[in-house]
Design a protein around this ligand. Sequence first.
Ligand SMILES: *[C@@H]1O[C@H](CO)[C@@H](O)[C@H](O)[C@H]1NC(C)=O
Ligand SMILES: *[C@@H]1O[C@H](CO)[C@@H](O)[C@H](O)[C@H]1NC(C)=O
Ligand SMILES: *[C@@H]1O[C@H](CO)[C@@H](O)[C@H](O)[C@H]1NC(C)=O
Ligand SMILES: *[C@@H]1O[C@H](CO)[C@@H](O)[C@H](O)[C@H]1NC(C)=O
Ligand SMILES: *[C@@H]1O[C@H](CO)[C@@H](O)[C@H](O)[C@H]1NC(C)=O
Ligand SMILES: *[C@@H]1O[C@H](CO)[C@@H](O)[C@H](O)[C@H]1NC(C)=O
Length: 452
Amino acid sequence: MFKWGCGLEFLLVLCGLELSWSCPRHCICYTAPSTVSCQAHNFLTVPEGIPPDSERIFLQNNKIHRLLRGHFSSDTVILWIYSNNITYIEPSTFHGFTLLEDLDLGDNRHLRSLAEDTFHGLARLNALHLYRCGLSSLPNNIFQGLRNLQYLYLQENHLKFLQDDIFMDLHNLSHLFLHGNRLWSINQNTFRGLRALDRLLLHQNQIEWVDHLAFHDLKRLTTLYLFNNSLIQLSGQCLDMLPALEYLRLNDNPWSCDCKALSLWEWLKRFRGSTSSVGCQAPVNMVGKDLKELRKEDFPNCSPTAPNSESRAQTHNLSSTVNPSMNRGVVIGFGDQTSVVQPSRPSRSRNCTKPRNRLSKGKEDNEVHHSKEVMADKDNSSSDFTEGGKHDHTSPDGTVTRRKHKCAPRTTMRPPSGVQQANNRAAISQSLLHVHAIFVALITTYVGSILR
Ligand SMILES: *[C@@H]1O[C@H](CO)[C@@H](O)[C@H](O)[C@H]1NC(C)=O
Ligand SMILES: *[C@@H]1O[C@H](CO)[C@@H](O)[C@H](O)[C@H]1NC(C)=O
Ligand SMILES: *[C@@H]1O[C@H](CO)[C@@H](O)[C@H](O)[C@H]1NC(C)=O
Ligand SMILES: *[C@@H]1O[C@H](CO)[C@@H](O)[C@H](O)[C@H]1NC(C)=O
Ligand SMILES: *[C@@H]1O[C@H](CO)[C@@H](O)[C@H](O)[C@H]1NC(C)=O
Ligand SMILES: *[C@@H]1O[C@H](CO)[C@@H](O)[C@H](O)[C@H]1NC(C)=O
C-alpha cells in the first residue's frame, strides 16, 4: 500500500494531472484563482515553495521581517502581508509585477522607510495599503506611474510633510487617507493632479496652514475631513474650489470667530451639503459658539469679503495657471513651483489659514464644548457614510475604526474566509477522490493487460 502511495504521485505526473502538491507547509492552497493562504502562523520569513503561478498570496498576521526580490512571482495579483514585522523591503521586490492589483503592507510598524522605486511599474495597482507603517517621510517619486491606483492608505503614520506633486500621477485616485499623521501644512500643489479624488481624510493631524489654492484640482471631491487639527481659519474661497463637496467636517479646531471667519461663515451659508459643527475658541465672547449659528450681526465692523464673482474669476485665472498639464517637469523641487505660480498670485493675500496662536486654546471651555459637539456630530452625520465603504476605516462620527477582521471582504476578489477554505478543502479532497478513481482505473487496466 505504501508503494502504491508513492506510485500515485508518479502516475499523476505521467498522466499530466496537475495538483498543487507544492503548497508550503502550514499553508492552504487552492485553485481558481490560484491562492496560497499562509495567515497567522508565526512565519518569520516568506515561506518557501509558494507555487509560482499563485495569483493571490495571503501572508498577514505573521512575523515576517524582510521582503526580497524573488520571494513572489510576478504573476501575483493580490498580495497581503499586513500585520507582520517587516523592517526592510528590497527595492526590486515588486519589479515587473505588472498584474499586481492589491498590495497590503499595512500595520508593519517598524518599516519606517521605503525606497523611491519600490512601486515603480505597478501599472495595474488599484489599492496600496501603507497605513501604520511608521513612515515619517515619503521619497519623492514613490507613487510615480501608478495611474490605476484608486485607494491609497497612508493613515496613522508619522508624516509631517508631503512634497509638492507627490500624488501627481494618480489621476484615478478616489480615496486618499492621510488621517492620524503629523501634517501641519497643505501647500498649493500638495494635491495637484488628483482630479478623480472623492474622499480626502486629513483629520487628526496638526494642520494649521492650508494654501488658498490647495484644493484647486479636486473638482470631484465629495468628502473632506479636517476635524481635530490646528486650524484657526479657512477661507470660503478655498472651499469654493470644491464644486462636488457634500460632506465636510471641521470640528475640533481652534477656530477664531472674528472677522477672519466671515468668509467661511458666508460659505457655510451657501453650502448645501452636510457639515459638522464649527466650534469657536476665540474671541472670548464667542467661545463655545458654533460658527454656523452666528448671524451677520455677530461680525460687526468687518470689511466685506470679496464678492463671489470676483473670487470666482480670480480662482479661475489662478487655477488655469497651475494646470497640471503645465510644468510637469517641476515634480521634484520644493522651491520651483512657487516661482512658477508667483506671478499670478494676487497682491492681496488670500491665504486660507493663518499660523495658529497656540496660546489661544481655552482648555476647559474646549472640553465642555467638545463633548457636546461630538453628540451633535453623531446626530447629524449618520447619512454621511451609509454605504459603509468597504475601503473606509472611518465611521460616521468621524472616529477611526480599526479593521478588526481584516479578512472580511474589501475588494471584489475575496480573501479566503473559513467557509471558502472549508469548501476548497472539500474540493481538494473531492479531486483527490477523482484522481484516485482514475488511478484505480489505470491500475486495473494495467494489471488487466499484464494478465492477458
Ligand atoms: C519587530 O522588529 C523590530 C525591529 O527589528 C524588533 O525590535 C521587534 O522586537 C520586532 N517585534 C516582534 C514582535 O518581533
Ligand atoms: C481609471 O478609471 C477609469 C474608470 O474610473 C477606468 O476606465 C480606467 O481604466 C482607469 N485607469 C486608468 C489608467 O485611467
Ligand atoms: C485629536 O488627535 C489626537 C492625535 O493627533 C488625539 O490624541 C486626540 O484624542 C484627538 N482628539 C479628538 C477630540 O479626537
Ligand atoms: C482672468 O483672465 C482673463 C483673460 O484670461 C482676463 O480678461 C481677466 O481680467 C482675468 N481676471 C482676473 C480677475 O484676473
Ligand atoms: C500668506 O502666506 C504668505 C506665505 O505664503 C505669508 O507671507 C503671508 O504673511 C500670509 N498672509 C496672511 C494674511 O496670513
Ligand atoms: C441636525 O440638523 C438639523 C437640520 O438638518 C437641525 O435642525 C438639528 O438641530 C441638528 N441637530 C443637531 C443635534 O445638531
